[in-house]
Design a protein around this ligand. Structure first.
Ligand SMILES: [Zn+2]
Length: 219
């Protein structure tokens, strides 16, 4: 049976990068609520427009919007192979409680929660170099995860850009909102939470994450 994981951490903590590495190296499905929200915005649905207003103000998307997006995905999980990583969800105690209820009704539970710990200074330094593909949404970092060719996506060849919500003032607001609403999930999930110190090198972070998945690499 596939194991479910939750990746928690402020924007710029590197959790998305680790999820992407696992997707590339293992048989993992990554459910990024950030990507799902951006898709909803792109499609300009009623929900998408509401989400856009919240994101542009630097706030966190309300629980009921997230649940409305995640719920239909959950029933399809059993057809997928490998581990499933929820990247950036749940974000509040309310979402975590509703998520637990949904999982219980499906006879499932979360295996581990990986908490990517990062200071605001570290986050600002990291996000400064972050780029995203304008077409397929794959993420890069000019120093840590550079594309093979500068400013061009390895996968699809489209241009890399700086995302609107990676601007410094928006990042500060999101970090503060994260501290107020999401950091508490570290104690909510205390019985299955693994804390990752993200001030370490990318290699040692990757090793720690992969050991949690039972596939530690020591090369
Ligand atoms: Zn691309």
């Amino acid at each position: 049976m596939k194991k479910l994981y939750v990746f928690l951490g402020p924007p710029g903590s590197g959790k998305g990068t680790q999820a992407q590495l696992l997707r590339d190296s293992l048989d993992c499905v990554v459910v990024s609520t950030g990507d799902l929200l951006r898709e909803e915005i792109k499609r300009a649905t009623v929900l998408g427009k509401k989400i856009q207003a919240v994101v542009e103000s630097g706030g966190l998307v309300p629980d009921e919007f997230l649940i409305a997006i995640v719920e239909p995905l959950l029933s399809g999980l059993n057809q997928k192979s490998g581990a499933v990583i929820f990247d950036g969800f749940p974000r509040t105690v309310g979402q975590a409680e509703q998520f637990d209820q949904l999982l219980t009704s499906l006879g499932r539970s979360i295996e581990h929660v990986l908490y990517f710990d990062a200071s605001l200074d570290l986050v600002l330094e990291r996000i400064n170099g972050r780029r995203i593909c304008s077409d397929c949404s794959r993420t890069y970092h000019v120093a840590y995860v550079p594309p093979k060719q500068a400013d061009v996506c390895d996968d699809c060849g489209h241009a890399l850009i700086v995302r609107d919500d990676d601007q410094a003032d928006v990042v500060r607001k999101r970090y503060q909102a994260y501290c107020e609403q999401t950091a508490i999930l570290r104690s909510y999930y205390a019985d299955r939470c693994v804390v990752i110190d993200t001030s370490r090198t990318l290699d040692s972070i990757t090793q720690m994450v992969q050991e949690t998945f039972g596939c530690g690499h020591r090369s």
